[in-house]
Design a protein around this ligand. Structure first.
Ligand SMILES: [Cu+2]
Length: 467
């Protein structure tokens, strides 16, 4: 018996809430459900999307209609080991499960509200009858706690879409209520993808030492997540060398996120307007996913471990102090002793930059508040990675099986392909420098002459190639 058939049978005898619980308990809180063999196209011809750290919502077909069931409810969510919070989500998780369908499908979506306040669901970017649009007060009455509403409409477009509440959305989205809604084109794709990833970008104000997100925050968020996880808990995106990879990125946070992939020039190929015509694809290595927007990027995977992250540097950090006086260059050795008499575990930080922060927290010298992550986490093959938040890795290997999404470990670089140390003498070489050094009594650096021969003991460019 196929897994989906089992679910169909189960749903015939169990009330919906029980079914949800059964699904959660039988390990369904992961990708690729039911009738699908991972890495293979479905009988409708599409390659199933993979939601890192997330899952896809199973459906039943009743009278030719694809039936889904979402349950809005309070959940316990772990952002990364060491930080757990009461959030709100769908069917036990934030983000809620990814809904996947095909252009031309008719969908029927039950929404049960198990929250302490009313809700509604807006199908962001989807063309539908006005009364199905899910805006509380405008197109429908609120779904009160305990109630179930049903939405039904035909999908007459394709693309990467999202769903989220349109009732007290400031609170409900801040608490994690959102999900992806992928509609595959009915005629297939001219350039099919081998790996199709779906990622929702979000921000959270989980103040240090607390266990519930603060919906009132507008600017100073302290967790930046992909699919509600922060680095190093975000799954790596894996691919086989040469595969065509698509990453669908939706943004329901309060900031724009310039998403950057190392090692490739990707093409921006679509949005919630659908996959764009080939002539509109454009090469980038960073693409801003604006608030409320969706961007699809695609690339041919080159072997290696490639960083994939938001380029807002604070968005690749976990909880950190904002609005503190700048400690850079400040000799804190005297005051550190005095503060320790009041706060025995106080440690002066930041005089030489923040690079030593992770070492102190990892080493246990500096304990943060309970239930609070370090600013930077994660250990790589060359030491601490010094990142957090919206950061993960695209791991491409020569020998991955189709549909194998398991983490292959760290990349084994071929000989001669890792940057190496040639000197530990700061006076090494004869680099061209201009300007003025900082510090008392420091001299101007020699100004290069126009012919480029005047600098600092250098007798011409020939010196750079001294063999
Ligand atoms: Cu960002």
């Amino acid at each position: 018996m196929k897994r989906r058939n089992f679910l169909l049978a189960a749903s015939a005898v169990l009330p919906a809430a029980t079914l949800t619980r059964v699904m959660a308990e039988s390990g369904h809180v992961h990708h690729n459900e039911g009738d699908r063999t991972p890495g293979q196209r479905t009988d409708q011809g599409y390659m199933p999307v993979h939601t890192p750290n997330g899952w896809t919502l199973p459906y039943e077909i009743k009278d030719g209609v694809k039936e889904f069931h979402l349950v809005a409810e309070e959940i316990e969510h772990e952002f990364a080991p060491g930080s757990v919070a009461k959030c709100w989500g769908y069917n036990g998780t934030t983000p809620g499960p990814t809904i996947e369908a095909v252009e031309g499908d008719r969908v029927r979506i039950y929404v049960t509200n198990r929250l302490p306040e009313y809700t509604s669901v807006h199908w962001h970017g989807i063309h539908l009858p006005s009364g199905m649009d899910g805006v509380k007060g405008v197109t429908q009455p609120p779904i009160h706690p305990g109630e179930t509403f049903v939405y039904e409409f035909e999908l007459n477009q394709h693309g990467t879409h999202m769903y989220h509440p349109h009732a007290d959305e400031m609170v409900q989205m801040a608490m994690g209520m959102m999900g992806m809604f992928i509609i595959h084109p009915k005629d297939g794709e001219i350039e099919p993808v081998d790996r199709d990833y779906a990622i929702l970008l979000h921000n959270w104000a989980l103040h240090p030492g607390t266990r519930r997100p603060d919906p009132s925050i507008m600017v100073d968020f302290d967790l930046w997540s992909m699919n509600s996880k922060v680095f190093p808990a975000i799954d790596s995106l894996v691919a086989k060398t040469g595969e065509r990879v698509r990453i669908r990125m939706g943004n329901l946070s309060m900031w724009n996120h310039p998403m950057h992939v190392h090692g490739v020039s990707f093409e921006v190929t679509g949005s919630d307007g659908g996959r764009w015509p080939r002539s509109q694809w454009r090469k980038e290595t960073t693409e801003i996913v604006g608030v409320g927007q969706v961007r699809d990027i695609e690339f041919i995977a080159p072997p290696g471990d490639w960083a994939f992250h938001c380029h807002m540097t604070h968005h690749t950090m976990n909880p950190m102090g904002h609005g503190i006086a700048n400690p850079l260059g400040v000799d804190q050795s005297g005051i550190e002793e005095e503060i320790r008499t009041l706060l025995p575990e106080y440690m002066a930080m930041g005089q030489h930059g923040m690079a030593d922060h992770q070492a102190h927290t990892d080493g246990g010298h500096m304990r943060g508040p309970d239930n609070t992550l370090a600013m930077a986490m994660g250990e790589g093959p060359f030491g601490t990675i010094g990142m957090g938040g919206m950061f993960t890795l695209v791991k491409v290997r020569d020998d991955l099986a189709p549909g194998d999404f398991s983490d292959p470990g760290w990349y084994w670089h071929p000989d001669g392909e890792v940057a190496w140390r040639v000197s530990d003498d700061p006076d090494f070489g004869n680099p061209v420098r201009r300007g003025k050094l900082a510090g008392a009594g420091a001299e101007d650096l020699p100004t290069p002459r126009r012919d480029g021969h005047g600098h600092h003991g250098n007798h011409g460019h020939g010196d750079h190639h001294d063999h």
